[in-house]
Ligand binder design. Structure first.
Ligand SMILES: Cc1cc2nc3c(=O)[nH]c(=O)nc-3n(C[C@H](O)[C@H](O)[C@H](O)COP(=O)(O)O)c2cc1C
Ligand code: SF4
Ligand code: SF4
Length: 250
């Protein structure tokens, strides 16, 4: 059986994971909550967003701790700047001695939109083009095609990724909560690092942020704002059920 491991803030990766499951079967597992043995699965498929030209912290940690000789397939999705993230992931797996078969990528709507708004037409266009790409990604996994990713001639992105990782934990310090907050505590429940607490009637951010933006996009009242910007648009992938982000499907 396939183990489809995913990380997702707004559902783009979950959507891809669900498409893979629909075609190839298997169990969908949310990486931050997974405590089991990956070796109960025959094939391991990791579906992850690209974060800052590389891997999200929790996906990186998952790969670093993987102990398995099972065939491994990685599907990264990104908002239009893939950069050398596939090579970064591939190389990490090679260094770890994992049985990496392919790292593929899919463009999905950009969610790192703290300071700008993505035009609605752009989001629609990306969502319209994605299914074809997802289909071919699934074919490669199904046929177990090996894809070797060679070292890029120049890599200005990986050093930037490594620098940015060092400051991600400070991102939530730039969040504040407006009077629109109704204390539903959803943000407390969904934060993958338990970085949000409800204390003395207030939402408080700690220093374990991994810059995933789940709280920012999924607050039902759009009450979490970045640097006091009153930007209204938020994003959730339209093809998934939002309540399923962060859950397993077994
Ligand atoms: C902290 C952060 C950094 C990101 N960095 C990149 C990037 O370097 N290149 C890119 O194309 N997209 C980047 N994105 C966008 C996401 O990779 C993309 O929108 C993805 O589809 C989100 O998937 P999800 O909904 O499953 O989390 C970033 C998103 C976040 C939250
Ligand atoms: S999810 Fe939004 S409305 Fe709910 S407690 Fe958090 S900030 Fe307040
Ligand atoms: S505080 Fe928000 S952005 Fe930071 S890890 Fe938690 S949910 Fe993600």
């Amino acid at each position: 059986m396939n183990g489809i491991f995913y990380f997702s803030s707004t559902g783009n990766s979950l959507h891809i994971a669900e498409q893979i499951r629909a075609e190839l079967g298997g169990e969908i597992r949310f990486i931050p909550k997974f405590k089991g043995d990956v070796n109960v699965y025959d094939k391991l498929i990791i579906v992850s967003p690209t974060h800052s030209f590389g891997l999200p912290t929790l996906v990186y940690d998952f790969i670093i701790n993987l102990k398995s000789a099972r065939p491994l397939y990685i599907v990264l999705n990104h908002g239009g700047m893939r950069t050398n993230a596939p090579y970064f992931a591939y190389q990490l797996c090679k260094e770890k001695g994992l049985n990496i078969r392919s790292v593929q990528d899919v463009m999905m709507p950009e969610i790192y939109t703290l300071t700008f708004s993505q035009p609605k037409w752009a989001t629609k266009m990306v969502l319209r083009k994605a299914p074809e790409r997802i289909k071919s990604v699934i074919e490669v996994i199904k046929d177990d095609v090996e894809i070797v990713i060679s070292k890029p001639k120049k890599d200005k992105w990986t050093p930037k990724h490594l620098e940015n990782r060092k400051i991600w934990h400070t991102l939530a310090k730039d969040f504040s909560v407006t009077e629109a907050c109704n204390n539903c505590k959803k943000c407390v429940r969904i934060c993958p690092t338990n970085n949000i607490k409800f204390r003395d009637g207030n939402i408080v951010f700690g220093d374990k942020c991994v810059a995933c933006l789940s709280c920012y996009h999924r607050c039902p009242e759009k009450a979490i704002v970045y640097l006091d910007k009153k930007k209204k648009d938020r994003y959730i992938n339209p093809f998934i059920q939002e309540k399923n982000i962060g859950t397993d499907q077994v």
